[in-house]
Write a protein that binds this ligand. Sequence first.
Ligand SMILES: *[C@@H]1O[C@H](CO)[C@@H](O)[C@H](O)[C@H]1NC(C)=O
Ligand SMILES: *[C@@H]1O[C@H](CO)[C@@H](O)[C@H](O)[C@H]1NC(C)=O
Length: 122
Amino acid sequence: MKQSATRVILLLCLILHFLATSAQQEDPNWEKQWCIADQQTPDDVLQQALSWACGPGGANCTMIEPNKSCYFPNNVKDHASYAFNSYWQKFKKQGGSCYFNAAAMVTDLDPSHDSCHFEAVP
Ligand SMILES: *[C@@H]1O[C@H](CO)[C@@H](O)[C@H](O)[C@H]1NC(C)=O
Ligand SMILES: *[C@@H]1O[C@H](CO)[C@@H](O)[C@H](O)[C@H]1NC(C)=O
């Protein structure tokens, strides 16, 4: 009895150790990526995608409101980039894509500027 209990505990320790090390390995290596407006997309198309992202899309557009950190530069491309990124970071794990009818693109250059922070989550 005692011996099999020891074995179970040893096995549990092994599993825990394995889980801990595999979690550690994932962390430092993930590549940060952001979703931004494609420079080629016309403003009216971006505006539509922006309205969708901040409305039904469920992006958090607080920071592009007047007086917030990402309000400036106040133009459709920058605001759309913020909204696309917010949407993508929030929903990519559930299958949300950085697409917006081809108005968006993925980049590995951090679009953050001044006090405007673009988040990136694994
Ligand atoms: C939206 O973003 C702002 C600023 O990052 C944060 O304070 C707020 O809690 C967020 N709102 C939601 C609903 O996540
Ligand atoms: C924005 O900030 C300015 C000065 O910092 C202030 O006068 C104005 O009331 C603010 N507007 C809003 C909408 O909070």
